[in-house]
Design a protein around this ligand. Structure first.
Ligand SMILES: [Zn+2]
Length: 179
């Protein structure tokens, strides 16, 4: 059994559980030496956790609460899923995610899309692209979407106007930039 709850305050654990039930954790994937996921909260957050010998080791989240060095509900949500306590929710729940994203304004959808691209969360990118496209446009399938399918107009900047280490194309396609 994965041991992690003793590092979290009780109320935080409860809120993490709620996030899982709401389908707020998307794109959970192995990112050595740990795991990475996006969690849809007040904003979209990127969460990383590491597990060593069945214990929670390193944790990170981009939310303001975690910025103060605390273990947050977004991390708790990811641990719940890794622990496998909600096997029926481990599969990505597009209906729950779509419902949450429907509450975002068009500007927030753009921000979320850039963030999803930075995180490389293909499922989230596909759903956000569908969310911002006109009703009569063809939809992307979250299951089959790859980073190569990202349309040019969705990428943050172009090769010409964003250079150096901040060039998002460099982050997305590092092999094109390998010397
Ligand atoms: Zn957090």
């Amino acid at each position: 059994m994965l041991k992690w709850t003793d590092r979290f305050d009780g109320p935080i654990i409860g809120r993490g559980r709620t996030l899982v039930k709401e389908g707020a954790v998307v794109g959970l994937h192995r990112s050595p030496p740990g795991w990475q996921a996006m969690v849809v909260g007040t904003e979209l957050y990127s969460v990383t956790v590491q597990i060593e010998r069945g214990q929670a080791a390193g944790t990170g989240c981009t939310c303001p609460y975690a910025a103060h060095g605390e273990n947050c509900k977004h991390m708790a949500a990811v641990f719940f899923i890794l622990e496998g306590r909600f096997p029926d929710i481990i599969k990505d729940d597009d209906a729950a995610l779509t419902a949450r994203l429907d509450e975002l304004s068009p500007d927030e959808v753009e921000d979320a899309l850039q963030f999803a691209i930075e995180c490389g969360s293909t499922r989230c990118i596909a759903i956000l692209l569908n969310r911002r496209s006109a009703a009569d446009q063809p939809k992307f399938s979250p299951d089959e979407f790859t980073l190569d399918d990202i349309p040019e107009d969705a990428l943050p900047g172009t090769r010409a106007d964003v250079q150096g280490d901040n060039d998002p194309m460099k982050l997305l396609f590092p092999e094109d930039y390998a010397v």
